[in-house]
Ligand binder design. Structure first.
Ligand code: BES
Ligand code: ZN
Ligand code: ZN
Length: 488
């Protein structure tokens, strides 16, 4: 599908979408719509209330279709995105090859979420179905989306389309990676994706293989990898903007477990298949690196992804084992299913020792506990820096990728005190699990003054309109790109 911008008052697409917010002027807007399309205004006002995601299809005598799309009372960016994703997903099979969206009554700000919503709606989960469903007219190469804006919004709208296209394409690839089963997605798959992306968009990617990981002393990553037939990888990506020696340095670390069986502390089988998605943090980091490079953002970005499976065999790390780490701290492994924090210990440790970023952010599908705490509506946000917290919360509100702060008080440090090692990876108690995991990570940030950890376990893989099982959301990319674009 191609996108074009127009300022012509009567675009010629076969399907026209008219978004309508539920404001005090609704009656006036509907009167205008009624006279434009030759309808009875009273009947239209009776039948269309502009509730969120409400849609009304008007068939025109000449064969054209017009959808009125309700946006509800508070059309924030995420409301625009969801309303368009919902309509285009529901109407996918019925959309004509050419579709127009009338945004002439709105600010150019809405263009980005509209394009993202429309692109996302075309996503197809059926990666491995042998009888591939045909793409529908609109979502083919020949499909045409025309966005109608006023003259004064044209420049900003054009930029918004470019940005949305950059994000949408990377986001879709991350959905595919997340949704990929673990027999198609190994640590090397993540490394290969990063290498190809770096070559394509001009940023550097270094991949440590198992020998290099051993040589570097990334002992914590090696310990989680012990039970796996596949070697681990340690991915380091770096994007430096041209001619900006003073650009802020932001370090991103993402959990890249391509399958989490739990290891010897094995998980129950009921939902274990969902653990192919335990690399949601890695997807957020790799996706953000690519989009930042595409958009040439003025930030110096470093992305680190430690990646391995967490498997069970005769070599696997056992509960009670004491392991080492890149920073030299020893860890008593109480539960081998708390493996995310173990590999992040090396990711964070390597980042702070070798790159000294101004801002340090990690993302991980880290605990079931954060889901018990916040459900599927927000990721847990942990930070030792109020300014960073405020900036991330602002981006969360803006993008609808919601975060909610949880504490990092030292009272919780008790939970990770070990009798035999520098620290242990699990308190053994069925409480405050997301917080003690964050306290564990904190040890490996070496008191970095601007660190944030996001536990995205409930947000990276969720119920969506695309499938019957939980599937990928791409959580974190839009959030981090908004954060990076607004860095002071
Ligand atoms: N990958 C899981 C966390 C998770 C759970 C992600 C549900 C997505 C959905 C993580 O490695 C894990 O198993 N955490 C354990 C830690 C516990 C053993 C301390 C958990 O939360 O149960
Ligand atoms: Zn686990
Ligand atoms: Zn895990």
């Amino acid at each position: 599908m191609q996108i074009q911008l127009t300022t012509s008052p009567s675009p010629t697409a076969d399907t026209l979408i008219i978004p309508i917010p539920q404001t005090d002027e609704l009656a006036d807007i509907l009167n205008t719509v009624a006279s434009r399309f030759n309808l009875n205004a009273t009947v239209l006002q009776h039948d269309f209330k502009a509730d969120l995601k409400e849609s009304l299809l008007l068939y025109q005598p000449e064969g054209r279709k017009v959808y009125l799309l309700g946006l509800g009372k508070q059309p924030t960016a995420i409301v625009w995105l969801r309303a368009f994703r919902d309509l285009f997903f529901r109407q996918k099979a019925r959309l004509s090859q050419t579709v127009g969206v009338d945004l002439s009554g709105f600010d150019a700000d809405v263009v980005e979420p509209v394009v993202l919503g429309i692109r996302w709606a075309g996503y197809n989960l059926k990666l491995h179905i042998s009888d591939k469903p045909e793409s529908t007219d609109f979502y083919t190469e020949e499909g045409q989306l025309t966005i109608h804006v006023t003259d004064d919004q044209q420049l900003a709208a054009g930029q918004a389309i470019q940005r949305a296209e950059a994000i949408a394409d990377t986001h879709r690839q991350m959905l595919d990676l997340m949704n990929s089963p673990s027999n198609y997605k190994t640590p090397q798959t993540l490394a290969d994706w990063a290498t190809a992306s770096g070559e394509r968009y001009g940023y550097s990617v270094t991949v440590f293989d198992k020998a290099a990981i051993e040589q570097q002393g990334l002992h914590a990553l090696l310990s989680v990898n012990q039970g796996s037939a596949l070697p681990p990888v340690f991915i380091i990506a770096e994007y430096k903007p041209a001619n900006q020696p003073d650009a802020k340095k932001v370090g991103l670390v993402g959990k890249g477990i391509t399958f989490d069986t739990g290891g010897i502390s094995i998980k129950p089988s009921a939902n274990m298949h969902l653990m192919k998605s335990d690399m949601g943090g890695a997807a957020a980091v790799l996706g953000t690196m690519e989009v930042a490079a595409k958009l040439q953002l003025p930030v110096h970005l470093i992305g680190i992804v430690p990646s391995t499976e967490n498997m069970v065999d005769g070599q696997a790390t056992k509960p009670g084992d004491v392991i080492g780490s890149y920073l030299g701290k020893t860890i008593e492994v109480i539960d081998t299913d708390a493996e995310g924090r173990i590999i992040l210990a090396d990711g964070l440790g390597y980042m702070v020792r070798n790159f000294q970023p101004d801002v340090l952010i990690d993302l991980a599908t880290l605990t079931g506990s954060v889901i018990s705490t916040l459900g599927y509506h927000a990721a847990g946000l942990f930070s030792n820096n109020d300014e960073l917290t405020a900036q991330l919360l602002q981006s969360a509100r803006q993008t609808g990728e919601q975060l909610w702060p949880l504490p990092l008080w030292d009272e919780y440090k008790e939970d990770i005190k070990s009798d035999v090692a520098d620290l242990k990876n699990f308190s053994g108690k069925p409480m405050a699990g997301a917080i003690s995991a964050a306290k564990f990570l904190e040890v490996f940030t070496e008191s970095h003054p601007a660190w944030a950890h996001m536990d995205i376990a409930g947000m990276a893989f969720a119920d969506t309109e695309f499938g019957t099982q939980k599937n990928a959301t791409g959580f974190g990319i839009r959030l981090l790109i908004d954060f990076l674009r607004n860095l002071p």
